[in-house]
Design a protein around this ligand. Structure first.
Ligand code: 9MR
Length: 355
């Protein structure tokens, strides 16, 4: 039905005949208003950016993937293309092609961009981790390397990135600062340094701290709140809190999430759900898809109900390209569209969300 309507709309536009109002009002929404035809329309209606992670290869090679991405979303995040190992695989040799392609496609399609990510413990280039491990890169040099990296990358995309994940996953599940080369060699001050450098490199970008399990893990929540308070007390430029939103229906929905989000936004931060997906133990059943739809919708409700939550990004929009099956044995089907890009119940549930 939706596709028929879209087809009709395209024909109507082509011959410059306005669609009769009734044709657009065939799906009454739950609060009486018309249900949006797609996520882009929803995004405008609820005034929350709706984003997706983008993978570079399908963006280049798969016409239907590209078309769906550009029709449905008002925000994008490069799933891997902006990570350090991708952009500087050999020391001093930069490969921006993938990241550039994501940004260029976004600009052409009026999508905002989340930069992901400047400082992380994963997907670091081999030359860097090896150099630190064998001692050929000492702490002073490492600090300079991190600074250069942030200035290079955030500087390259200056003015083109709405928000940067400056630091990603810097707290572990026990609530300690994560043990990484950054903490070990540079001490906890690397976090403030990273935000200051990113701000100098791109003064208008919103600068985020981003993490997983932050929707519910109390130890992680408290440590992250402390980091934010400490940075704010030191007048370090931090503007946003990113909740990755990687959920699974075999676990209870994190019902405290709205309260947790408020704890952060009460500190003056804006909020985003940055990597939403909802995995399940296979096989797929209608009941599991219904639960998944409910989890996706509740996350978006949480964002819409908090005035400071500005973005809801899914970590890929199709089961054809999702990190989940490769990481969790026997699990999958975590996204809002199936392998053929057919909308799943989760997609339809998102369209019913209202402010
Ligand atoms: O989806 C990404 C996958 O393709 C990569 O192999 C993986 C490598 O660590 O990273 C995945 O994305 C992660 C994101 O960058 C940070 N939060 C967790 C995401 C899922 O692992």
């Amino acid at each position: 039905m939706k596709r028929v309507l879209l087809g009709l709309a395209a024909i109507a536009l082509a011959v410059a005949v306005p669609l009769p109002a009734t044709a657009a009002q065939t799906h009454p929404g739950q609060h009486g208003g018309r249900t949006p035809d797609n996520l882009r329309e929803l995004s405008h209606k609820i005034k929350v950016y709706i984003g997706s992670a983008v993978a570079v290869t399908p963006l280049a090679d798969e016409e239907d993937y590209r078309r769906t991405l550009n029709r449905e979303f008002t925000h994008v995040t490069a799933e891997n293309a902006m990570k350090w190992a991708e952009v500087e695989p050999q020391r001093g040799q930069y490969t921006w092609d993938g990241a550039d392609a994501v940004v260029r496609n976004a600009q052409r399609n009026h999508q905002k961009v989340r930069g992901h990510t400047l400082v992380w413990h994963n997907q670091l280039p081999e030359w860097l981790t090896t150099g630190v491990a064998d001692g050929s890169i000492d702490a002073a040099e490492l600090r300079g390397i991190l600074r250069d990296h942030i200035f290079k990358e955030a500087g390259r995309y200056r003015g083109k990135i709405r928000a940067w994940d400056v630091v990603n996953e810097v707290v572990d599940d026990e609530g300690n600062l994560r043990n990484s080369i950054w903490l070990e060699k540079l001490g906890p001050g690397y976090i403030a340094d990273a935000f200051r450098w990113a701000h100098q490199a791109d003064p208008h970008a919103k600068l985020y701290i981003n993490d997983y399990n932050l929707e519910w893990n109390t130890a992680k929540i408290n440590q992250t709140l402390n980091i934010v308070k400490d940075l704010k007390a030191k007048r370090v430029p931090i503007h946003g809190i990113g909740f990755q939103g990687h959920l699974g229906i075999q676990y209870d929905y994190p019902a405290d999430f709205p309260t947790v989000m408020k704890q952060f936004t009460d500190l003056g931060l804006e909020a985003a759900i940055t990597e939403a997906d909802v995995r399940m133990v296979l096989p797929v059943t209608p009941e599991k898809l219904a639960t998944q739809a409910d989890y996706y919708k509740r996350m978006l409700d949480t964002c819409v109900d908090n005035r400071r939550c500005v973005e809801y990004t899914v970590w890929s929009f199709t089961d054809r390209h999702s990190w989940v099956p490769g990481w969790f044995e026997g699990e999958g089907a975590a996204t809002i569209m199936d392998e053929n890009l057919a909308p799943k119940p989760a997609y339809d549930a998102l369209l019913t969300v209202r402010r």
